[in-house]
Design a protein around this ligand. Structure first.
Ligand code: DC
Length: 651
């Protein structure tokens, strides 16, 4: 499976240049293609959604060429696409699908528009009805009211007055408005009911004006485009940074940045035409420290001694950025209610259901309604539970859940879905955040690393992961369930479901104390066998990473530095010669009153070393970046002091 594991983050700071706005990029691409003259589009977003739009315009015969970094030169076709017949595939790009449907309906050619399966579940009937009322010819190819669509040339009725419902998706109105200059006749659009997401319509009108067409309007109720209106290239058009993408970084600042070094986004600011910049106001209302300039916004935690507090917000004006608030709410005192978000149900996925399901996995109480979400976080962030987050092929679900890593380690499944709007999101996220530190201590059996690791953890107040115990518990659980240690799939299934709790001085397996049972020689040998099975290691990977919490972790094992925590702040390879280790182990057993023959112990230990070294997955070895600590002539206290000294040198 494809995933990214995020450890618990402890702080954030720095600045990020935002990718171009998706909404503006796709609108500007279409208007540049429809205009008279050539337009240079600057800072255009490069993502799946804009790629679908560019491919479609290419298939319609619009000439485009690169113009410097992130720029595109578009030769407008003066309202008439060169290709009079085309079949377009628009993936899951809603903005591209809706706006091209409207534009092509007036374009006088024969066109087919298709998308991915989810696109074919997203309603488009309101837009098609309005377009048909103007006299256009559009047919549903599969299910009534949904893509795919077929479009044929038609005669437009001059002076048409078409109605469109305002409370379903503002994208329909935007699509219609952008297409009307192609109608060749005056058409008036009347909005029925309350118009949602008004800022997106404002953005559309603003872009149309930049391309020379000013709509006449009666508030938010009616719009008309005069006959003879034509788009004209503005020459150069600079795309604003994406305000919805900005929301993740601003929330990062509000949760994890000190006021002295906030998180700053570059590319949007006071003069933005995107409604989602209002997200900054919402964060400020929660208590975050927010500042805004012409072309930047910064955010940091509330002033000293204060915390974020939950809010009740009508999110109609910023449906996308509001998803970020749902996760920021985990770090606020009190509950947060996001109201008027019915449009979430028809986005990339049913976002109300998706957010509710995934938040609940984190131990958050959530109430969901037809058009609202209420979030009641646990009393303290450390009560959040690590979880594997499903992302539903929805870029925004993936991006907003990354913020939850400030409370718990988590696994984000299918992180590649962010390519829809922000392909390198997780790289940028990593650059701005600082995870809790890890000290990885690897080495062979009986080298003393368990004792040293536990003492280092205690000295620093860090969490401690005895990863060997997980393999031992797996071997014991398999034995109890009657599963053979060589049965890879069977043991891996046991490892994945392992019901175990570490507590001071011991560990429970299925509710029973198992600290002694897992140290039994036979179980030790079983542990080494099951540890050689790749599927078992895979099944235990995330469980080990859930220990990576603030304020820090000491991980003890064989592959802490190489596989489980490759980004560890300090990696130590702690070892001793086989003879010394055998002698220590013999003494340990005799002290416990157990029989011990040192030659047999040495032979067993060498066999286990050999198996741990020779296995194909995560073999025991000193990593190139690990420091060697040979304890042949070193007592425990000296070894602990050495590790602490190395660590303080890296803080
Ligand atoms: O550290 P230990 O002796 O408790 O480990 C028990 C077994 O698990 C041992 O055979 C090595 C294996 N192990 C592993 O493969 N990877 C780890 N990170 C920790 C232990």
């Amino acid at each position: 499976m494809n995933f990214i594991d995020l450890p618990q983050m402890v702080s954030a700071s720095g600045s990020v240049a935002l990718p171009g706005s998706k909404s503006i990029s796709n609108r500007a691409l279409l208007l540049a293609a429809l205009a008279d003259g050539e337009t240079e589009l600057r800072a255009l977003l490069e993502s799946d959604d804009t790629a679908r739009m560019r491919e479609a315009l290419g298939a319609l015969g619009v000439p485009m060429s690169a113009a410097g970094e992130g720029g595109l030169r578009v030769r407008g076709c003066g309202g008439r696409f060169p290709m009079r017949r085309a079949a377009l595939f628009l993936g899951n790009a809603g903005t591209a699908f809706r706006s091209l449907t409207a534009a092509l309906a007036f374009a006088g050619g024969e066109y087919v528009l298709k998308g991915v399966a989810r696109m074919h579940e997203r309603p488009i009937g309101d837009l098609v009805d309005a377009l048909r009322a103007c006299g256009t010819s559009i047919a549903y190819l599969e299910k009534k009211g949904f893509p795919p669509l077929s479009i044929r040339p038609a005669t437009i009725r001059p002076g048409s007055v078409v109605k469109i419902r305002g409370n379903v998706s503002s994208q329909f109105l935007s699509a219609l408005l952008m297409a009307l200059p192609l109608a060749g006749a005056e058409v008036t659009v009347e909005v029925e009911g309350e118009l949602i997401s008004k800022p997106y319509v404002d953005m559309t009108l603003n872009l149309m004006a930049r391309f020379g067409v000013v709509a006449q309007r009666d508030g938010w109720r009616a719009f008309s485009i005069p006959a003879g209106a034509r788009y004209r290239s503005p020459g150069v058009y600079q795309v604003e940074g994406d305000a919805s993408s900005a929301s993740y970084f601003l929330a990062l600042g509000a949760i994890g940045a000190d006021a002295g070094c906030p998180v700053r986004v570059e590319g949007v600011g006071k003069n933005a035409i995107q409604g989602d910049v209002r997200f900054a106001d919402a964060l400020a209302a929660m208590g975050a420290t927010v500042e805004m300039g012409e072309n930047w916004i910064s955010a940091a935690r509330p002033a000293a001694g204060r915390t974020l507090s939950g809010i009740h917000l009508d999110c109609n004006h910023m449906p996308d950025a509001a998803m970020t608030l749902a996760v920021a709410a985990l770090f606020a005192q009190g509950e947060t209610t996001l109201a008027n978000i019915a449009s979430w149900r028809v986005k990339e996925t049913d976002r109300i259901a998706a957010m509710a399901a995934e938040l609940r996995k984190l131990n958050v109480r959530v109430e969901e309604g037809g058009d609202f979400l209420k979030i009641v976080p646990p009393d303290a962030a450390h009560l959040l539970r690590p979880a594997m987050i499903k992302t539903y092929d929805d870029h925004r679900v993936a991006m907003c859940f990354s913020l939850a890593s400030f409370g718990v380690p988590l696994r984000v499944c299918d992180p590649g879905c962010v390519a829809k709007t922000f392909p390198d999101y997780f790289d940028r996220f990593a650059k701005l955040t600082r995870p809790a530190p890890v000290i990885a201590i690897d080495g062979p059996t009986a080298s003393g690393k368990g004792t040293v690791s536990a003492q280092v953890a205690r000295a620093l107040g860090f969490h401690y992961l005895d990863s060997g115990a997980l393999y031992r518990l797996t071997a014991l659980a398999a034995r109890e369930a009657g599963v053979d240690w060589a049965d890879e799939a069977g043991v891996a299934a046991i490892a994945a479901r392992l019901d175990t709790v570490f507590h001071a001085g011991g560990v429970l397996l299925n509710g029973r104390e198992a600290a002694d049972a897992i140290r039994d020689e036979e179980i030790s040998s079983g542990a080494s066998k099951v540890a050689a099975l790749p599927a078992v290691r895979e099944a235990l990977l995330f469980r080990q990473r859930t220990f990576h919490r603030a304020p820090g972790l000491v991980g003890d094992g064989r592959d802490m530095g190489s596989a489980v925590f490759p980004g560890a702040r300090l990696k130590v390879f702690l070892t001793a010669s086989p003879a010394v280790r055998a002698e220590r182990r013999t003494r340990q057993l005799l002290e416990r009153g157990e029989p011990a023959v040192s030659s047999a112990i040495l032979a067993d230990l060498e066999a286990r070393d050999a198996r741990d070294r020779a296995r194909t997955v995560a073999p025991l070895r000193q990593e190139a970046d690990a420091l060697l600590l040979d304890t042949d002539d070193l007592g425990i206290d000296e070894a602990v002091a050495k590790v602490l000294g190395w660590f303080s040198g890296r803080c």
